[in-house]
Design a binder for this molecule. Sequence first.
Ligand code: BMA
Length: 376
Amino acid sequence: MKNWVLASLLALIGLASCGKRHQNKIIILQPKEELVIRLDTLSTRGILYGHQDDPFYGVTWQWDRNERSDTKELLGDYPAVMGFDLGGIELGDSCNLDTVPFEWIRKEAIAQYYRGGFITFSWHPRNPRTGGNAWDVSDTTVVRNILPGGEQHELFVEWMGKVAAFLKTLKTTEGISIPFIFRPWHEYNGSWFWWGYKLCSDDEFKALWNMFQDYMNTEMPRNIVWAFSPNLQGFWNDELFMCRYPGNDRVNIIGCDAYQWGTEKDFIAGFTTDVNYLDSVAKANKKIFAITECGMQNSPTPDWWSRVFFPCLGEHHVSYFLPWRNWHKEHFGFSKDVSTADDVKELYNQKRFRIVTEITDQMGFSGRSSSEIIWM
Ligand code: BMA
């Protein structure tokens, strides 16, 4: 982003937050630039709560289309960030891999944008070589074979086309494509997805990232904010991190997917180490830092968020944290129906995190481009 654009916008934000709206200043930004600036500015003011599939189902309900949301039922409004998954779009399916209709995803993403919140997409595509799912790691040549010249390259280009075609339908009422975060090839440092660590070389992984990103950026040059999202590692160092980092010109957000699967002690040690390392890389490279997925399955520990999760974040400026979906058999997020409800309410009252209510007016503009900001 050009520095003068940032400087002008920050000046505008400053004026707006002082209560004096600056009527005459017009800022011209790409939608994705505005999204990055909003996230960046908000991250100095507190962490945003995000949740996967928030409006489709909760711990004790599912497929209710009456504006239900576990977040809203516990805290009064929707999460600041909503996550949706596109797995299945590549086959032309009408529902994603978790049986959510893509039409609902489209409507909810637009609604989230209009209420001033953020949207993030992940994609768990099928295995383009074997026909299995994203977790099918039986073939170690998948990435190589979808790159140019590979046996499944043409098929994969078709798949990318389906992703782009769907995302292009996310439009304002004026017909302008809305901005969103895309988080492809997440948890690449583990080996449970076909694009994982042992399933491809560093060069193949980077070529995959570049091919997908270049394709999508050609289709939607003004709309996509890119999140690079490794899994909890516990022992990062520059050599290990940089070998698959796509490069500063290709990443806006450095994330971390962090679940407690084992002991609390191990999680705290690993997560604290990773937050320190990944945030330092983010800061050094002028990137936004976020906890792009997180949680403890089925919330067995009532004070997990206040006693385990938040202390690991320390004083770092974290943009958002996004617990995974509240599917009844495997739920991770906030809900009035789980043991963490009181703890979460207390944290919210202490302003330790924000939902969508708190991010819309504070900066002088909402999720929609304000009268002072013109999208180009
Ligand atoms: C995983 C699990 C799966 C789900 C997938 C995509 O972490 O929750 O059940 O299909 O994410 O949402």
